[in-house]
Design a protein around this ligand. Structure first.
Ligand SMILES: Nc1ncnc2c1ncn2[C@@H]1O[C@H](COP(=O)(O)OP(=O)(O)OP(=O)(O)O)[C@@H](O)[C@H]1O
Length: 235
């Protein structure tokens, strides 16, 4: 069994005193590829933000392995309107992934620049490197943010609805990249998605969050469970 990277024990999460998730427990081990699915508003993004330490639990305990500190996490948040108008070049946005270590830098190393270019190449948008981010299409912006997250993801990659805006070919390429990162490079992946069939095809485990019940287990256990049975046919 691989070591524990993230753990929450009977946590209550919410905003301004209002609980969204109550008494929730989850362990995520190194090497996992966890797909988080569930209804709108069930608390998927809230859970992800708590796992990343962006919001503090109202109750319970959250543990992050020390290997995740100093910027070893690549995070692709759900896009907001404000992010879409970010006034920077594509290369600047991608390189900013290296700032997640908490240190403020005014220059990047040659190795970081070359890695950023490599990620842009892998995602098929190298020719956009000098373009202004806010002038790109939604799908192009999503690829740029993905390249940024990949630059930061030394240990863990956390993706909140990463397929949004990608065309089918890009989505397929994206799942291939995730499979490679997980199986060959041993990176841990946590992905929130509504794109169920391909996600279940690639993931190792599933967290299904409903308003009244949750399921957490392997993909096969999920497909055999009352919550997951209805998705068996699509796979
Ligand atoms: N910053 C915030 N302040 C107050 N309430 C919030 C905030 N963010 C989310 N919520 C509320 O928390 C609940 C869960 O939201 P969350 O975004 O975690 O759900 P989700 O499962 O990710 O939804 P979706 O599938 O629509 O992205 C919702 O009722 C939402 O209105």
């Amino acid at each position: 069994m691989n070591h524990l990277l993230l753990s929450c024990q009977t946590v209550t999460l919410g905003y301004e005193g209002q609980a969204v998730l109550k008494g929730f427990s989850l362990d995520i081990c190194q090497g996992d590829y966890l797909c988080i699915i569930g209804e709108n508003g069930s608390g998927k993004s809230t859970l992800v933000k708590a796992l990343l330490g962006l919001i503090t639990p109202m109750e319970g305990k959250l543990m992050q392995d020390p290997s995740l500190q100093n910027g070893a996490i690549g995070y692709l948040p759900q896009q907001t309107a404000a992010q879409k108008n970010f006034p920077a070049t594509v290369m600047e946005v991608v390189l900013s992934g290296f700032l997640s270590g908490g240190r403020v830098r005014f220059f990047y190393t040659a190795a970081q620049k070359s890695q950023a270019l490599q990620q842009l190449g892998k995602l098929g948008i190298l020719e956009l490197k000098d373009a202004c981010y806010r002038n790109l299409s939604g799908g192009q912006q999503q690829r740029v943010l993905l390249a940024r997250a990949l630059c930061a993801a030394k240990e863990l990659l956390v993706l909140d609805e990463p397929i949004t805006g990608l065309d089918p070919a890009a989505a397929q390429e994206f799942y291939k990249t995730m499979g490679y990162l997980n199986q060959t490079e041993g990176k841990t992946i946590i992905m929130v998605t509504h794109d169920l069939t391909p996600a279940l095809h690639h993931a190792k485990s599933v967290l299904h969050m409903g308003r009244k019940q949750w399921f957490h287990g392997s993909v096969n256990e999920y497909l055999a469970s009352p919550l997951g049975k209805r998705f068996q046919e699509g796979l």
